[in-house]
Write a protein that binds this ligand. Structure first.
Ligand code: COA
Length: 689
């Protein structure tokens, strides 16, 4: 075996060259691999190889370009040079695929003369999720194999296909046996080497669709999936590049692809999405908690409280394969929760998302119980009772008395002090906060709240659990509202201040949806319920717009009106809301002024960046990127904007500080984060390189 460089080796079996790529963890096509492939192909040909098998070591075939190289000056050889060398090879080059051939990995394979894959492999072009398009010929080669519609679907969804589907589509020429990829690739090479026909190259094929058919397919896609294109730039560019492939001038198509790729690479959307890619992976890393700290085994779980949250958590646990004992003293509440669990699971069968056997298995794993005694053997118990400290402490005392030692006791509190809950037990190190967002079976964010005493392996278990549930676990220290709700509370206050100053609730909501949020703060309040968030029924003094609306029974969608009137199709700001705003303005002596959209945008977002800076300086988060991920996963912050800290870096921290100071001077109750002020003064950034 010959070393080509640090990541590529060359072997020979009966005249067949085996080019092995080995760049852990995912064989991303960084410079060393690109150099190694180029030199390896040349060496194989110099050595008289009759065919070349390109295969990867480790867990996967190449999972794409090295994303870490994006944004830095590109260093040759680039992937197209490797592809050109492969396509120019006088002997067949065969890609042998296991794991995932993604992005540049699939593009590399598409330049090979043949592709072989084990059935468990998957292949795809996921660049769209990084705000990019496949920039190494993917938009030109894939349509030549699968046609325009399918290519568009794969590239705009970013979803990989299984090797079996790829075989049916013709992306893969043959399937190999699981565990025998190399043997089968060598056998395949023997079959095709020396054939008299010219070597097949995808670039030499014609796209089956005409330009008119491509235009129709693109129009259909835009009509059927308008949200793909909202705010996101890459899907439109992908359509343009694929349309170019139907002109059947390969080089011109490649030039068009490159132009579009470079435009995306320079875009804010792509920078934001790449930031989100790396941040998503960073959040699960806890400083000081190495891989040697193993998660505790969890199979049997318990949930206390059969309300909305408890039921949602139960659904999430069942779907992830856990057994769940749902406990509530109220037999009627238990019955209702069980019915909702059953309905939700069966609805998924009806929608074709779950097969009947899996549904039955999920439901069979649920047990109902009226006493915490039934949780004696649980590995993990999640408490989801009413949000009152005394009640939660009582539940934890009871749990402490019955649950086996070593089990994890979690609270789903959304703002209470986890340390004060842990303190009533004899095992505060085993207590943790698991803050789910409603609906708990759907929302992606799981805030993992670490109390002072929490054991490392309990934290590790919570991080493992989040992954198992398909959620994004973000670790937070103990503070009021933790990460996401604490930040969004500041946005709510800023919105109210601007509403009194002259903006209308629907203007404020529109500015937020224009920015990419699924809904603005007032529509959200109407959905959640004005009575649920921030209204203290016993001490309501009718001083704020929310209090006035709540006292008059306008609690949001569930009562037919809140900030908006929901009776007719499109919600309109209600006359009660306008009257309440007038009342408060009159009392506070505010004469309304016209407020521009820009003032609303910065007014609502600057305070989030300011509060985010406080989370960093208080050590509530490990890194600023955690804040971005919490808001993307928990509040639908548009991923193509990268989250608040990324946004703050992009618009400039010094501008934010200036605007905040001006608002403070106007008497707004904002306190400036010293960290934000310091970083702005030094021209530093939170997350952007
Ligand atoms: N470039 C650079 N680094 C990459 C990478 C890429 N294309 N793909 C993955 N990595 C890194 C991750 O950042 C992570 O690094 P870390 O361990 O330091 O956090 C590591 O490889 C493992 O990735 P992870 O996603 O945690 O592993 P996984 O087994 O869950 O998933 C993949 C593997 C390949 C499916 C997944 O990483 C992925 O989808 N990668 C991106 C593929 C892509 O978009 N390719 C097109 C690029 S243009």
């Amino acid at each position: 075996m010959k070393s080509i460089n640090s990541v590529v080796t060359l072997d020979r079996v009966d005249g067949i060259a085996i080019l092995r790529l080995d760049s852990p963890p995912v064989n991303a096509l960084g410079l060393a691999l690109r150099e190694g492939i180029l030199a390896g192909i040349a060496a194989a040909l110099d050595g008289g190889a009759r065919a070349i098998v390109l295969i990867c070591e480790g867990r996967t075939f190449c999972a794409g370009a090295d994303i870490a190289e994006f944004g830095k000056p590109l260093v040759a050889p680039l992937l197209p040079e490797d592809q050109a060398a492969i396509e120019a090879s006088p002997v067949p080059v065969i890609a042998a695929i296991h794991g995932t051939a993604l992005g540049g990995g699939l593009e590399l394979a598409l330049a090979c003369h043949y592709r072989l894959a084990v059935p468990s492999a998957s292949l795809g072009l996921p660049e769209v999720s990084l705000g990019l398009l496949p920039g190494a010929g993917g938009t030109q080669r894939l349509p030549r194999i699968v046609g325009v519609a399918r290519a568009l679907d794969m590239m705009t969804s970013g979803k990989p296909v299984s090797a079996t589907t790829a075989r049916e589509l013709g992306i893969v020429d043959a399937l190999a046996r699981e565990g025998h990829l190399l043997d089968d690739a060598i056998a395949f090479a023997r079959k095709v080497e020396g054939a008299s026909a010219p070597l097949p190259r995808v670039r030499d094929r014609k796209v089956a669709d005409t330009p008119e058919e491509a235009a129709a397919a693109i129009a259909r896609l835009r009509q059927q999936q308008p949200r793909l294109f909202q705010g996101f730039k890459a899907p439109g560019h992908i359509c343009e590049a694929v349309a170019a492939s139907t002109l059947n001038d390969f080089e011109a198509g490649i030039a068009e692809e490159l132009r579009l790729f470079q435009d995306l690479l320079a875009s804010d959307e792509s920078a934001a999405q790449i930031h989100a890619f790396f941040s998503e992976r960073a959040v699960s890393k806890v400083p000081g908690l190495g891989k040697e700290v193993a998660a505790r085994p969890v199979k049997a779980t318990g949930v206390i409280g059969a309300g909305t949250m408890g039921t949602g958590i139960t659904l999430a646990l069942l779907a992830a394969g856990f057994t769940v004992t749902l406990v509530d003293r109220d037999a009627e509440a238990l019955r209702r929760a069980a019915a909702r669990v059953e309905k939700t699971v069966l609805d998924q069968v009806a929608k074709g998302r779950l097969n009947e056997d899996a549904a039955k298995a999920q439901l069979a794993r649920l047990t109902l119980a009226e006493s915490v005694e039934s949780l004696a053997d649980a590995d993990l118990v999640i408490e989801a009772v009413f949000e009152r400290m005394a009640l939660k402490q009582q539940v934890f005392r009871e749990l402490d008395a019955v649950v086996r030692p070593g089990a994890i006791l979690a609270t789903n509190t959304s703002f209470l002090d986890v340390d004060a809950i842990a303190a009533v037990t004899s095992r505060p190190g085993d207590v943790i906060g698991l803050h789910f967002f409603a609906p708990a079976n759907i929302m992606r964010l799981l805030e993992i709240v670490r109390g002072k005493a929490v054991h490392g392996d309990v934290l590790a278990t919570a991080i493992w659990l989040a992954r198992k549930l398909g959620k994004l676990g973000v670790v937070s220290g103990v503070c009021d509202g933790f990460i996401a709700n604490r930040l969004m509370a500041r946005r709510g206050e800023a919105a109210d201040a601007l509403m009194l100053a002259g903006a209308s609730p629907d203007q404020i909501d529109r500015v937020m949806t224009d920015h990419g949020f699924p809904m603005g703060p007032y529509r959200m309040m109407d959905l959640v319920g004005l009575d649920v968030v921030g209204w203290d029924r016993e001490n309501s003094a009718g001083r704020t717009v929310q209090e006035i609306l709540c006292e008059a029974g306008h609690w949001g969608q569930k009562t037919g009106s809140g900030y908006y009137e929901h009776a007719s199709g499109t919600p309109v700001v209600s006359s009660a809301t306008l009257a309440a705003i007038d009342t408060v303005r009159a009392r506070e002596g505010i004469s309304p002024r016209p407020i521009g959209d820009d003032e609303i945008l910065s007014g609502l977002l600057d305070v989030i960046v300011n509060e985010g800076a406080k989370l960093v300086e208080e050590g509530i988060v490990y890194r600023a990127a955690d804040i971005d991920m919490a808001l993307i996963a928990g509040y639908g912050w548009p991923v193509y904007r990268g989250g608040p800290m990324f946004w703050g870096d992009a618009v400039g921290l010094s501008g934010i500080v200036e605007r905040l100071k001006a608002r403070i001077a106007q008497g707004q109750p904002i306190t400036l984060s010293p960290l934000l002020e310091r970083m702005a003064a030094k021209g530093q950034r939170f997350v952007r390189a």
